[in-house]
Design a binder for this molecule. Sequence first.
Ligand code: NAI
Length: 263
Amino acid sequence: MDLSGKTAVVTGGSRGIGREICIELAKRGANVVLCARSAEGAAQETAALCEAARAESPAPAEGEPQNGQDPRTIVVACNVADAGDVKTLMETARRTFGRIDILVNNAGITKDGLLMRMKEEDFDAVINTNLKGAFLCMKEVSGVMMRQRYGRIVNISSVVGIHGNAGQMNYAASKAGVIGMTKSMARELGSRGITVNAVAPGFIDTDMTAALAPDTREKMAEQIPLKRIGTPQDVAKAVAFLASDEAAYITGQVLSVDGGMYT
Ligand code: NAI
C-alpha cells in the first residue's frame, strides 16, 4: 500500500483515530494536510509524528515532495461545520501540493443523552460536525477529484450508526447519515474514478471513550470476540487500505473494525 505522490486531507487529525490515520498515511509516503480545530498544540505534535514516521519508513520510489513542499505535513485550522473554513482547507491543500487524492472525514463529536433530556443544541452540534462536516468536505473536494479523474474518500462512521445505541440518538443519526451519504456518493462519483467507502469502528481506545470506568471497559472487552478494545492503529490500517490503489474496485462499502462485536 504505497501512497507516495498522493496527497491526503484528514479532518480531526490532531488526536485519537485521526492522529493515527495521519501517521499511517505519512508512513506510506503520502503528503498529509491535517485539519484541526486549532493549528497549535496536539496538531503540531501529530505533524511532527508524521514527519518522523515518513523518515523512518523505507524510502518510497517516487516519494519526492510535490511542488518542492517540505515538510510534507501541513496543519490547517478548520471547523468542518463551517463552509468557509472547509473551502480554505481544500484550497490550501491544492495550492500546496497541487492535487488532493485522498479525503478522510474523521472529525467527530458526541453529546450523549436520552431523548427526553437531549437538548436541541446538542442534536444540532453533533449533526453539524459529524454529518454536515462530511458533506461540506466531500462537496468541496469532489470538483478537484473529478478533474483528476481520481479520488479516494473514506468516511468514518461507527457501529452505532448501524446498530443504534441508547443515549446516543443524535450520534447514531449522524453516523447512519454518513453511511447513506457514502453509498450515494459512491454511485455519483464512481464513473470519475473516485471511490467512496466508510469505516465503522467499534469500541476504540481514545479520548472519546476515556470517560468510561475501568470495570465497564473490562466488561465491554469481554463481550468482544477478539477480547480487547480496539486501538486507533486498528482503524488507521483499514483506512490506509481503502485509500490505496489496492482497493481500486471497492466502493460504497462499510468496513466494520470492531473486533467482531456485531458479527
Ligand atoms: P477524539 O475526540 O479523540 O478526536 C476527534 C477529533 O475530531 C479531534 O481531533 C477533534 O479536535 C476533532 N474535531 C471535533 N470537532 C471538529 C470540528 N468541528 N472541526 C474539525 N475537527 C473537529 O475522537 P476519536 O475517538 O478519535 O474519533 C474519531 C472519529 O471516529 C469520530 O468521527 C468518531 O465519531 C469515530 N468513532 C470513534 C469511536 C471510538 O470508540 N473512539 C468508535 C466509532 C467511531
